[in-house]
Write a protein that binds this ligand. Structure first.
Ligand SMILES: [Zn+2]
Length: 359
């Protein structure tokens, strides 16, 4: 059985807030600290510290040195980011207005992304109940929450952790929809791992399907929609979870808000771009073996977000050459409905060769 894990869709980044107590020690120190904050940007201390090297040279030397020492000694050290996925999905930032700190999230993707924000704080109240989870539409920036001191005369502090994953909380799958097999009409491939496959189809991949197929097999859209994410720059794959983020994929947003996820594609194998509208049956990519995968195959699932940490796949049915609304099973062969495409040629019809093979 092919090991399969689409991966690369979630992560975690920690950031730390600032401590106003530090800047209230003496008035001149506060001036310096605030100047440093303006210089370094209004973001988290993590971002602040990362920007120090770049920006300190731009500051007045004495002022910069003092500001650095204030920030370095009186504020908590940043918690290092780990897992780059969330960072590539969204950008978190905080902005101070008087005693109020606003937390913003910007979706860097064209696809819906769902974010969960967890805040640990002392002497602060939040505008929204925490932790909170929101879906951020593609390319939008929204305020998630703001915090302000319960007792303004006393010290306060915060730190936050956020999680982000592709998909919308609001999507409601149209269970009456019957999907096309995601390969060329008339071609047959074996379902190498079905729903709840014990190898890797559980948790967020519970209702995924794998088809064993040769490298370079034409992948066709199983359902119409808009392409909202494409990755095809990876040439790495293997049977280890360290390859999770190396999977190439195409994400198609369906009319009900769910996402179709075509995974392990060939390097440079995408045949669509973000923003393209695709119809059922359109060629969208070539299959591969990238990411967490032990052999050439295509992994496909339809999912929505459960929260910022997890997505949930939905059980779907397929139209095949021999049946309608079929629930695919591990180990069975499935032929796509229709006849293989015949390409026009001056010398007469030539049978399409892309996508031949299968098992
Ligand atoms: Zn799979």
């Amino acid at each position: 059985m092919l090991k399969c894990h689409p991966g690369g869709l979630r992560g975690i980044v920690n950031s730390c807030g600032h401590l106003p107590l530090a800047v209230r020690l003496v008035s001149w120190m506060r001036d310096v600290a605030l100047a440093a904050r303006r210089k370094f940007g209004a973001g988290s201390i993590t971002h602040c510290c990362l920007k120090m090297k770049k920006r300190v040279l731009e500051m007045d030397t004495a002022r910069a040195a003092l500001a650095l020492s204030v920030v370095a000694t009186l504020l908590p050290m940043p918690v290092l980011a780990h897992g780059s996925s969330s960072e590539s999905l969204v950008r978190m930032s905080s902005q101070r207005e008087g005693d109020v700190t606003h937390f913003f999230v910007e979706n860097l993707q064209a696809a819906d992304v769902t974010v969960t924000l967890e805040v640990t704080s002392e002497n602060l109240k939040s505008s929204n109940r925490l932790p909170l989870t929101r879906t951020v539409p593609g390319k939008e920036r929204i305020e998630l929450a703001s915090v302000s001191p319960v007792a303004p005369e006393k010290p306060w502090k915060w730190s936050y952790t956020y999680y982000a994953t592709f998909g919308s909380l609001d999507a409601k799958h149209d269970d009456s929809y019957v999907y096309a097999l995601p390969y060329a009409p008339g071609h047959t491939f074996r379902g190498s791992q079905g729903f709840r496959g014990k190898y890797s189809h559980f948790g967020p991949n519970e209702f995924a399907i794998d088809w064993k197929m040769p490298l370079g097999t034409a992948v066709h859209a199983a359902r119409a929609g808009v392409v909202v994410a494409v990755k095809d720059d990876s040439d790495f794959g293997g049977g280890d979870s360290s390859y999770d983020t190396d999977a190439n994929y195409v994400l198609v947003r369906h009319s009900d808000g769910t996402l179709g996820h075509y995974v392990h594609l060939l390097k440079d194998g995408a045949r669509v771009q973000v923003g393209n509208h695709v119809r059922t049956g359109d060629l969208i990519a070539l299959s591969g073996n990238t990411g967490h995968s032990t052999g050439p195959h295509l992994h496909f699932s339809v999912f929505k977000a459960r929260n910022g940490k997890e997505r949930e796949t939905v059980p779907i049915r397929y139209q095949t050459a021999s049946g309608d609304a079929v629930v695919l099973e591990t180990g069975k062969n499935y032929k796509a409905l229709g006849t293989p495409a015949i390409l026009a040629s001056p010398k007469g019809p030539v049978k399409e060769t892309v996508g031949m093979g299968g098992s």
